[in-house]
Design a binder for this molecule. Structure first.
Ligand SMILES: Nc1ncnc2c1ncn2[C@@H]1O[C@H](COP(=O)(O)OP(=O)(O)OP(=O)(O)O)[C@@H](O)[C@H]1O
Ligand SMILES: [Mg+2]
Length: 233
């Protein structure tokens, strides 16, 4: 067993709309809350669409409306693009416990740079054929990144999935056959709480009314990302 977790996590995929920003935002907030102090987690927005930045701005505005005792631990947010992701993330890494990078849904210099500096790549995939076919492009990028970042862990999570069913099983079977990728043993369902929480600058752990299933799924995701990895021999 090798201890490889998620100090630098990139949430990436060349497929648009897979849920990268949603998961990046939820993981960032959940980790900031778990670590319990301001400024221990950095959210890097590597997408010119600036979804993660908008999320961070909304969150800051919402927090400022609260009395200081009620405010949650805050993360730092930074926009970085292209090769700067590699140089800046390396330079910033000693200052943070965890760094989460949200990349856009295309093959970009930002995604490629992030893959060279990350410990873990999380690829959200919706259990539909077009999304699954898009994994071929990610496998090529992972292989290339591993030439200089050989320990890069690349994991897939089914996102916005029905709670159970043939589509999930078919998707999992297909992905399990890809040797470069690890499939997390959990599923993130299609739940309004994820969309609503993110739109309000929150994680599902904070959003009211609480959705216990969404909270459990996010917690399972983080646990699976932080779990030690069995090294294949
Ligand atoms: N698990 C989920 N349940 C319900 N809605 C979801 C879930 N994940 C994502 N969504 C919704 O799907 C849409 C796309 O999500 P998101 O913006 O996170 O995708 P993305 O991969 O970051 O897209 P892009 O490639 O444009 O950056 C959003 O409306 C979001 O609220
Ligand atoms: Mg996005």
């Amino acid at each position: 067993m090798k201890d490889k977790r998620m100090p630098i996590l990139v949430v990436g995929s060349t497929k648009g709309g897979a849920g990268k920003s949603t998961l990046a935002a939820n993981i960032t907030v959940a980790r900031a809350n778990a670590l319990g102090k301001d400024g221990l987690v950095l959210l890097v927005d590597g997408d010119e669409q600036r979804t993660a930045t908008t999320f961070s701005d909304i969150r800051t505005e919402e927090m400022e409306k609260l009395v200081p005792e009620k405010r949650k631990p805050q993360f730092h947010a930074n926009c970085l693009y292209g090769a700067s992701i590699r140089s800046q993330v390396r330079a910033l890494a000693p200052r943070y416990k965890e760094i989460i990078i949200d990349c856009g849904g295309r093959d970009t210099g930002s995604l490629r740079a992030a893959l060279t500096v990350a410990d873990t790549l999380l690829i959200p995939v919706q259990p539909r054929s077009v999304d699954i076919w898009a994994l071929d492009a990610m496998v090529a990028l992972v292989k290339e990144a591993r030439e200089i970042n050989e320990d890069l862990r690349a994991v897939v999570v089914l996102n916005a999935a029905d709670p159970a069913g043939k589509d999930n099983d078919d998707a999992l079977e297909y992905i399990r056959a890809i040797p470069e990728l690890e499939v997390l043993p959990i599923i993130i369902g299609r739940r309004k709480a994820f969309a609503n929480a993110t739109a309000n600058g929150m994680a599902v752990t904070e959003y009211q009314p609480k959705d216990p299933k969404a909270i459990e799924e996010l917690s399972n995701l983080i646990q699976a990302l932080r779990a030690p990895v069995k090294v294949k021999v």
